[in-house]
Design a protein around this ligand. Structure first.
Ligand code: GAR
Length: 209
């Protein structure tokens, strides 16, 4: 059974969706860089081990990442799931977990990498928005996309309304993507990412119109 660690910084609604999904993998631990993150309560309620590793207490990004890395090794983790983890990871850490670490990002990547995605979508006047699950590589929000959910932006949408609807979609596609990794439907191989043993060039897309 695949052992999963979830890295969080905030509310942890995606962590909750992963817990509730009864994955065929096991969530063995949750790491937060913020002691006050509500995600820690969610993990404790579900009986999952937690670790707080505060980035502020380390002199460099690398030093912080090394402590996280060691914790993941201690837990024998096979898959690292970033769920609202708001720290940029060092190249060394990303390299160590290459092909074994996924993230969810609140935009239709490759559009709107980085922060404030909902505001930027509204500013541009886009018709479509959504979220993307992707492998993590050294370049920010640029690893291969696995699943995407698409919604239509409404004329009266605000940052909050968009954030809420994107969140709902995240809770659908993140457990699905993680389950596909756990059960071998998605495989990361030296020849590329496979979906049902065939090369995956495009993410699997879900639309909610
Ligand atoms: C989610 O919307 C996720 O897409 C975003 O943080 C939120 C966490 O919510 N992640 C990023 O912006 C990463 N760049 P949650 O704590 O309720 O799961």
């Amino acid at each position: 059974m695949i052992k999963i660690a979830v890295l969080v910084s905030g509310s942890g609604s995606n962590l909750q969706a992963l817990i509730d999904a009864n994955l065929s993998g096991q969530i063995v631990g949750v790491i937060s860089n913020k002691p006050e993150a509500y995600a820690l309560q969610r993990a404790k309620t579900a009986g999952i081990e937690t670790a707080v590793i505060e980035h502020k207490q380390y002199p460099s990004r690398e030093a912080f990442d090394d402590v996280m890395h060691q914790k993941l090794l201690d837990w024998n983790v096979d898959l690292v799931v970033l769920a609202g983890f708001m720290r940029i990871l060092s190249a060394r850490f990303v390299e160590a977990w290459q092909g074994k670490m996924v993230n969810i990002h609140p935009s239709l990547l490759p559009y709107y990498k980085g922060m404030h995605t909902h505001q930027r979508v509204l500013n541009t006047g886009d018709v479509l928005h959504g979220c993307t699950v992707h492998y993590v590589t050294a370049e920010l929000d640029a690893g291969q996309a696995l699943t995407q959910a698409v919604l239509k932006v409404k004329a009266d949408d605000t940052v909050d309304s968009l954030a809420n609807r994107v969140h709902e979609l995240e809770h659908l596609i993140y457990p699905q993507a993680v389950e596909w990794i756990c059960n071998g439907t998605i495989q990361h191989t030296p020849q590329g990412v496979l979906f049902r043993k065939k090369t995956m060039n495009e993410p699997i897309q879900f639309c909610k119109f």
